[in-house]
Design a protein around this ligand. Structure first.
Ligand code: FAD
Length: 356
């Protein structure tokens, strides 16, 4: 047998009778399917345990996952090979925890509150794949890494070293927040996944069938940064927020990689290195987006592309044929040197000490 425990949040306020209705339908279906369990709810949080034969659990859980009455479903625990039931007497015991001061209820409410806030924290920090695996009731620690085809994007802020040198840390943090808001939104809106934040940039990936969406997301990042810069005042650091984007595609090893102590969900392989190298080539070409022929061969939408020539990435033996989008908006219109100088001019005038 299998036992599955998850928490979720109400997607809208639910009256007591609506929760009771969920309990009634659950009892009816679970009695039919040989499932047992308990459903607790407090404020806007559900905490549910269901147990029974594996296939019956999977069918029930897939209905629960689709239910629009709750959201942010987060699977806390999956137990396989369970030999005895914990909730054998209940097809689905439904408990609405009131604001009562009874000690056991206070403890349960605290536990649910704690789980719910842990979930919100994890949601911010864990990669989407890990959350998805957990939501589907699988344990990410036992998932094997696998070879797969991916589009890989590397995006990085230009002259970030100068920005951190010149600006106080709090201003750098605000600038990064603006950058990540633009870049994350463009990637996620287009169906991509943020693989990792690199400190002054990010790595993202798309399925190879979504190459056009990956390029559209990259173009959107550059357009939105252009827009942000054009609205910024002359002494606002956002006036100097530029990004380079490198894109490649091909076979990667995807999954949790690392030691038993610390694991990272990541992609490994040639397309990752190529995308990172192509990102740094953007400075030399003056075009904010640069991609290779492997990525280009995946594009299906009719578009005008510009061949930039051949490029030998550092440490590699094969040259890459590189391309860009021949749009004025995709050009930097500033050299690395003058960008650095403009950023340096942001530094506050140094205070002259009068030692007399
Ligand atoms: P029906 O009998 O046709 O529908 C079920 C009832 O729910 C109907 O009254 C329907 O109008 C109502 N309903 C369904 N979806 C919505 C919605 N989005 N908004 C408003 N009303 C809706 N099902 C189980 O079988 N076992 C469980 O243990 C279980 N636990 C659940 C726990 C939670 C927190 C939630 C939110 C739902 C749970 N459900 C459970 C319900 C499940 O999501 C499906 O709605 C249900 O299994 C469908 O059953 P049915 O096919 O017999 O549908």
């Amino acid at each position: 047998m299998k036992r599955l425990t998850y928490i979720s949040n109400f997607s809208q306020p639910l009256a007591r009778n609506e929760i009771e209705r969920i309990g009634e339908v659950s009892v009816r279906n679970n009695a039919r399917d040989g499932l047992t369990g308990a459903l607790f709810c407090f404020h806007d949080v559900f905490y549910q345990v269901i147990e029974g034969e594996e296939q019956a659990i999977e069918r029930c859980y897939s209905r629960i996952l689709k239910d629009s009455r709750h959201k942010d479903i987060f699977c806390l625990k999956v137990e396989q090979g369970v030999s005895s039931r914990m909730y054998g007497d209940w097809a689905m015991k439904t408990v609405i925890l009131e604001e009562s001061g009874e000690a056991i209820l206070v403890a349960l409410r605290n536990m649910m509150d704690g789980l719910s806030s842990t979930h919100r924290i994890l949601e911010r920090y864990a990669p989407a794949e890990i959350l998805q695996t957990m939501q589907q009731g699988r344990n990410p620690l036992s998932e094997k890494s696998s070879m797969t085809e991916r589009v890989v994007i590397f995006a990085d802020i230009l002259a970030s070293t100068t920005l951190t040198e010149v600006l106080p840390a709090e201003k750098v943090a605000l600038l990064l927040a603006d950058y990540y808001e633009i870049a994350n939104a463009a990637i996620v809106e287009s169906g991509g996944t943020i693989s990792k934040l690199t400190g002054d940039g990010l790595m993202a990936h798309f399925e190879t069938g979504m190459a056009d969406s990956a390029l559209d997301a990259s173009i959107r990042i550059i357009h939105r940064l252009n827009d942000l810069r054009s609205r910024a005042e002359s002494h606002d650091p956002r006036k100097f927020l530029y990004s380079g984007i490198g894109i490649s595609a091909g076979k990667v090893l995807e999954g949790s990689i690392g030691s038993d102590l610390r694991k990272d969900y990541t992609l490994l392989g040639d397309p990752v290195n190529s995308a990172a190298r192509l990102e740094s080539v953007t400075r030399k070409t003056g075009h904010a987006i640069v991609f290779d022929s492997r990525f280009r061969s995946l594009l299906r939408k009719e578009r005008t592309l510009k061949k930039l020539g051949r490029y030998l990435p550092k440490g590699k033996t094969d040259q890459l044929q590189i391309f860009t989008i021949p749009e004025d908006e995709i050009k930097f219109h500033i050299t690395s040197e003058s960008l650095r100088k403009s950023i340096q001019s942001l530094s506050e005038p140094s205070v002259k000490l009068n030692l007399n």
